[in-house]
Design a binder for this molecule. Structure first.
Ligand code: GTP
Ligand code: MG
Length: 265
């Protein structure tokens, strides 16, 4: 099968009420823009009919695949599993609960094709539309992102949002990732940031869930976020030169191609 240009990874757990609409929305968008895409849904042993619905969708559309995980569950575990299954040059991680705008997936893809290595959407810059964002969550979000901005001295202000795009080589170079839960989002985004990849921040839309329940347990995530933050903070402060040198070497090798440096006669 031909390698798709765009790979969309959707971690899903108990999203039976939303997954079909999510898939239809994204498929409609890639069709509208004539983008050759694959969608991989990573289902974490959902108790509801999520898997069955994805299988039904996939039976009609070969661009959609399901990967089923066994317990233990975890957003980060699902992302790590899914990344191994994707083959496109551009990877977008999107949510299963219809919170993300399919047109933003297209904007991400186009921004990477404009020459960026990563695209980090933000719900907190001009041009973004955010509907029904729970108040307590917003408060934690803004505090956490402010702390990250201070620690990493960056203008990116929605780094904790998982809906992001990466060029495949960024994922390969920054990984392997270790986080098991929602903390994988900052593990991925900050790993790219401290390696000084070319990152764009664009406004994105976000819609509160109208079905099902949130899997994010703020109380259980603090120590996990902190662990990733501290690890990457010390990498940035103490060994940034080493990791940037590795990135530059990998990039140079890629530019030279499999034949190695061209000999001058
Ligand atoms: N595979 C997998 N997916 C998960 C897991 N936890 C969450 N997800 C998915 O990750 C996405 C984000 O999770 P949500 O529960 O919506 O978290 P949230 O967006 O902070 O919460 P809401 O405000 O309620 O939308 C959804 O598509 C979930 O189905 C998990 O353990 N495994
Ligand atoms: Mg959600």
């Amino acid at each position: 099968m031909k390698t798709p240009s765009l790979s969309i990874l959707i971690p899903a757990c108990n999203e039976g009420g939303a997954i079909t609409a999510t898939l239809s929305g994204i498929i409609a968008a890639v069709d509208r823009h004539e983008i050759d895409a694959e969608i991989v849904v990573v289902d974490d042993s959902s108790d509801d009919n999520t898997a069955e619905l994805v299988e039904r969708f996939a039976a009609d559309d070969p661009r959609v695949r399901i990967v089923s995980r066994e317990l233990p569950r975890g957003f980060g575990r699902a992302v790590r599993t899914g990344l191994k299954e994707l083959s496109g040059e551009v990877v977008v991680i999107a949510m299963a609960d219809q919170s993300d705008d399919p047109e933003d997936v297209i904007r991400y893809y186009r921004t990477i094709n404009d020459g960026y290595d990563c695209v980090f959407g933000s719900r907190f810059i001009a041009g973004a539309e955010v509907l029904d964002y729970p108040v307590v969550k917003r408060l934690f979000n803004r505090l956490t992102n402010k702390l990250i901005q201070l620690m990493f001295w960056t203008h990116f202000n929605d780094l904790t949002n998982a809906f992001k795009a990466y060029r495949r080589e960024v994922i390969d170079h920054c990984g392997p990732f270790y986080a098991s839960h929602f903390n994988i989002t900052i593990e991925m985004s900050l790993s790219a940031l401290i390696r000084k990849y070319r990152i764009a921040q664009i406004p994105i839309n976000w819609y509160g869930r109208t079905w099902g329940s949130s899997k994010l347990r703020l109380g259980q995530m603090g120590r996990r976020y902190l662990c990733v933050l501290l690890k990457l903070f010390f990498e940035r402060v103490l060994i940034a030169d080493d990791i940037i040198a590795d990135r530059e070497a990998a990039q140079k090798k890629k530019e030279e191609g499999p034949q190695g440096p061209q000999q001058e006669n």
